[in-house]
Design a protein around this ligand. Structure first.
Ligand SMILES: Nc1ncnc2c1ncn2[C@@H]1O[C@H](COP(=O)(O)OP(=O)(O)OP(=O)(O)O)[C@@H](O)[C@H]1O
Length: 300
């Protein structure tokens, strides 16, 4: 099983003329967890990842994988799997053909392309022209490319963007499983809400500067926790929850419970024999904190 190495950013800086796209970025991404690299559009995420992968030369500072720059890695595809949003696939070639070219160039086993396509759920589309793929399928193909060398480190730029709800659930489970295996997983997003259920750690940048890093839970400073819950018999559900002393209000898609933990509400429903069709902890405090940190309305 490949294990991850830490990703280290050290004083990483990039200026495009007068524009400081990334300024003195220093942080470490640890193996064994999923880290979200967050910030609004234009914050400098893509430029940072491009520097990390040796695609853009830093103005100063460095970024490395366990101390080794990407360009100096012995077998890059087997060490770091990366998918940047600009990943372009030739529309006339099939997914299998596309991956086979890279696999051969990197000296990977002939079975690597099919194994990677299988992992991302594209095995049934391996021989189809990529030009006919949906955005979600392209995202999956980008991920298959990243997984090609079974690397210990994954660096993915906006991997959730363009996926449907089922795809989001799927990638969430995949990334969490990768981290649980001891790999290092770094994913960027401009939407905290998109990755909140996927990441353990967050690194937040705004205008190229680090504004927060730590466990996701450290962002949630709100003292009002709400739970959204739903069942076919919503009236009875609301009655049971109200009966346990909670304040309940009706939503279009369920019932909102103030000052509650999802586990406790789930238990109440279970004890009353009410099958739930939805149960989630609302994390409004997280999003508020994120917006305050990045200082931009409309970033979510
Ligand atoms: N090649 C370039 N030349 C000049 N300016 C650039 C170049 N690449 C990026 N920038 C600028 O650097 C800043 C950071 O851009 P970057 O693409 O890294 O942000 P981002 O956080 O990835 O945003 P997005 O999610 O929209 O891609 C922006 O102001 C952008 O206009």
């Amino acid at each position: 099983m490949p294990t991850g190495v830490p990703i280290e950013f050290s004083g990483l800086t990039k200026k495009f003329g007068q524009v400081a796209a990334v300024s003195d970025l220093t942080f470490t991404v640890e193996p064994g967890q999923v880290t979200g690299f967050l910030g609004p559009n234009g914050a400098g995420k893509t430029t940072s990842l491009r520097m990390l992968l040796g695609l853009v030369q830093p103005s100063s500072g460095s970024a490395s994988f366990g101390g080794t720059a990407y360009a100096a890695l012995d077998s890059p595809l087997s060490t770091v799997g990366a998918s940047l949003e600009a990943a372009s696939f030739h529309p006339g070639r099939s997914a299998r053909n596309h991956l086979a070219v890279y696999a051969q160039a990197a000296g990977l086993p002939k079975t690597a392309p099919d194994a990677a396509l299988e992992k991302v759920g594209l095995a049934g589309y391996a021989n189809r022209r990529v030009g006919g793929y949906s955005l979600g399928m392209r995202q999956r193909l980008g991920l298959a490319f990243a997984l090609l060398g079974d690397p210990g480190v994954l660096v993915l730029d906006e991997p959730i963007n363009g996926l449907d709800p089922e795809g989001i659930k799927w990638i969430r489970l995949l990334l969490r499983a990768m981290a649980a295996e001891g790999r290092t997983v770094l994913i960027s997003s401009h939407l905290l809400s998109e990755v909140a259920q996927t990441v353990d750690e967050v690194v937040i940048i705004s205008h190229g500067t680090l504004v927060h890093r730590g466990e996701l839970s450290t962002l949630d400073t709100s003292d009002t926790k709400q739970v959204q819950v739903n069942a076919a018999d919503r009236d009875r559900l609301a009655e049971i929850i109200r009966g346990a002393g909670y304040t309940v209000s009706n939503l279009r898609s369920g019932v909102l419970v103030d000052n509650a933990e999802a586990g406790e509400i789930g238990r109440l429903a279970f004890d009353a024999g009410i099958p739930l069709t939805g149960l989630s902890q609302k994390r409004t405090g997280l999003e508020e904190s994120f917006l305050t940190l990045v200082g931009e309305e409309g970033a979510l």
